[in-house]
Design a protein around this ligand. Structure first.
Ligand code: ATP
Ligand code: MG
Length: 308
């Protein structure tokens, strides 16, 4: 997927669906509608769904097709302002202070002023997203927000309300153009309603067999009809089995949560089903597959378990 030169935002729902299709992302109309509205209204998009359904890809495709910079904030437990917004480069500040002292500079105020300047500021994704860009507002991907804790979520709420951050030593940095914000969550915990209210929400579901087939064919040009159908048949079957298993497990998870004294914040992550395009690509040219062979040959590729 090549980055194109900056382009205006799509002017219709169909235009949005077509834009994504340019980068082989096949969106249904409900997703196209939410994206179109979010882009038009300048509101963040909150995408929730199971692992592997294409949430992260939407931000990547938007950035590539609109010709915008993609800035990614990967969330994890313990993510703080130093990793998400900015931090001072203490080592460089120390060296600058020593060098100034060696040159006979002892004016404390002046030293302080010099070392707390932009030159010593390490800009992290949220701050980068507020900066002006000649290509237009960047796409800010806040990926897997459900992995962070609630304190960070509250901080994010403030940033998304005004698109500005205050650095005590420097002042307030405000975005000239509102970035296109895409937030994803695998729903391993509930994200606070206050955050969802700031966004346009969309649940990204599993694609139907028909759409899945179209995705595989778009991603693996020239793949045989038989192989693509077998790969899709296997994945759809795995999803069905997985849903049935999760339905049974949900009851046990709720009981476990109820018993825990400090509250279990993260449910076990669901097994992830992905890699069907890689599987189809890898199996291409291997001759006609026999019944059951797709699952066997691609074991560990099509179906991998993710418990992090
Ligand atoms: N509608 C679609 N059109 C084209 N490709 C798709 C579509 N949905 C999913 N994919 C493909 O599926 C793969 C997984 O997508 P992605 O990594 O975005 O999933 P995710 O929902 O972010 O998963 P995770 O929660 O594990 O991060 C990518 O290769 C992506 O291109
Ligand atoms: Mg993702």
């Amino acid at each position: 997927m090549n980055k194109t030169s900056p382009r205006p935002l799509p002017a219709s729902i169909d235009g949005t669906v077509d834009l994504l299709a340019e980068a082989d992302y096949l969106a249904d109309r409900s997703l196209g509608t939410v994206l179109y509205l979010a882009l038009k209204m300048g509101r963040p998009i909150f995408l929730e769904g199971e692992a592997g359904v294409g949430k992260t890809e939407i931000a990547k495709v938007l950035a590539a097709t609109l010709g915008r910079r993609l800035i990614r904030l990967q969330c994890y437990e313990g993510l703080d302002i130093a990793a998400a917004v900015y931090e001072w480069n203490y080592a460089a500040q120390m060296i600058a202070i020593r060098a100034a002292e060696a040159e006979g500079e002892h004016d404390r105020e002046r030293l302080e002023h010099d070392v707390f300047s932009e030159r010593f500021l390490i800009k992290r994704p949220l701050l980068q997203a507020l900066e002006a860009d000649t290509a237009g507002a960047p796409v800010l991907l806040i990926d897997e927000i459900d992995r962070t804790d609630e304190a960070f979520e509250a901080f994010l709420l403030e940033v998304l309300a005004d698109f500005q951050v205050t650095i005590p030593e420097l002042g307030t940095v405000k975005a000239e153009h509102t970035p296109i914000v895409v937030i994803t969550s695998n729903r391993t915990r509930e994200v606070h309603d206050a955050l969802k209210r700031r966004c346009l929400y969309h649940w990204v579901g599993y694609p139907s067999a028909e759409r899945e087939l179209a995705i595989v064919r778009a991603k693996v040009p020239g793949v045989s009809k038989r192989l693509s159908e077998q790969v899709v048949g296997f994945v759809q079957g795995a999803w069905r089995r997985r849903n049935a298993r999760l339905g049974r497990r949900a009851f046990r998870t709720r009981r476990h949560r109820a018993r825990s004294s400090d509250g279990v914040r993260y449910a076990r992550r669901a097994p992830k089903i992905s890699g069907r395009h890689r599987a189809a690509r890898g199996l291409q040219g291997q001759g006609p597959a026999r019944s059951g062979e797709v699952g066997a040959e691609s074991g560990g590729v099509i179906y991998r378990s993710c418990t992090s």
